[in-house]
Design a protein around this ligand. Structure first.
Ligand SMILES: CC(C)(COP(=O)(O)OP(=O)(O)OC[C@H]1O[C@@H](n2cnc3c(N)ncnc32)[C@H](O)[C@@H]1O)[C@@H](O)C(=O)NCCC(=O)NCCS
Ligand SMILES: Nc1ncnc2c1ncn2[C@@H]1O[C@H](COP(=O)(O)OP(=O)(O)OP(=O)(O)O)[C@@H](O)[C@H]1O
Length: 199
């Protein structure tokens, strides 16, 4: 039986930074954000449902979804966000499960699922162990504004659309504190993987 680890945290808390380290260790990572992009490509079922729900206005000229426009709607309105989640999440769940099974079939000892909304979307039943990547509020805000070029208000809207990071920490089997240097983060990751015999 493969060990399935769920990696989660808050927006800009450092999940991608940690998944890069995990991949370098040779462990496969399935990225929910990437799958969420794939399932809304032109012609996919979720793409059609999004247009039916949000109208043609959220499309770019080439027909692809304008993520900035859709983000501006859903991160300022919980009702609209729930509608989008209800369209996208089932498709993401199905594809993640299929990808996980494929890795297990190929003999992977450990598989990591990087799911920003692991707790919010009740996906914990797919997972044996949960790692939460944690940063302090001020560090999260600063890194998010810097990485995405967001104003404080835009960044806070996204942070508030998620379960507070401190709540996630309480539900974790292990926590990586990513306030420090990248090297400190890597050491914590290695210790957890050794403890769980995941390597
Ligand atoms: C609203 C969209 C179009 C904005 O796209 P954009 O390219 O600006 O952001 P991206 O997809 O890279 O997400 C960045 C981060 O925002 C956060 N986030 C994304 N969607 C949500 C959501 N529905 N609720 C809360 N936080 C979210 C996550 O931390 C994610 O890592 C996009 O995020 C989306 O389609 N969201 C719905 C699907 C979803 O829930 N994805 C998250 C993982 S399944
Ligand atoms: N320990 C660190 N020290 C300094 N900067 C860091 C550290 N960890 C991450 N960062 C930077 O902070 C930003 C957020 O990190 P990252 O992109 O890994 O977060 P994330 O959790 O994957 O975000 P999202 O939920 O949006 O996908 C990035 O610009 C990254 O380079």
């Amino acid at each position: 039986m493969a060990l399935t680890i769920g990696l989660t945290g808050g927006i800009a808390s450092g999940k991608s930074t940690v998944t890069k380290m995990i991949r370098e260790l040779g462990i496969p990572v399935i990225d929910a954000d990437q799958i969420a992009r794939d399932v809304v490509k032109v012609g996919e079922e979720a793409y059609k449902q999004i247009i039916q729900t949000f109208g043609q206005n959220i499309l770019q000229e080439n027909g692809e979804i304008d993520r900035a426009k859709l983000g501006a709607i859903v991160f300022h309105n919980e009702q609209e966000r729930k509608k989008l989640n209800a369209i996208v999440h089932p498709a993401v769940r199905r594809r993640m499960l299929a990808e996980k099974e494929a890795y297990v079939q190929k003999g992977a000892k450990t598989v990591v699922l990087d799911i920003p909304l692991l707790f919010e979307s009740e996906l914990t039943h797919l997972i044996d162990k949960i790692i939460v990547v944690y940063v302090d509020d001020d560090v999260q805000l600063e890194r998010l504004m810097k990485r995405n070029g967001f104003s404080k208000e835009e960044a806070l809207a996204r942070i508030r659309a998620q379960m507070p990071l401190r709540e996630k920490v309480k539900k974790a089997d292990a926590v990586i504190d990513n306030n420090g240097t990248i090297e400190e983060t890597k050491q914590q990751l290695l210790q957890i993987f050794k403890r769980w015999n995941a390597l």
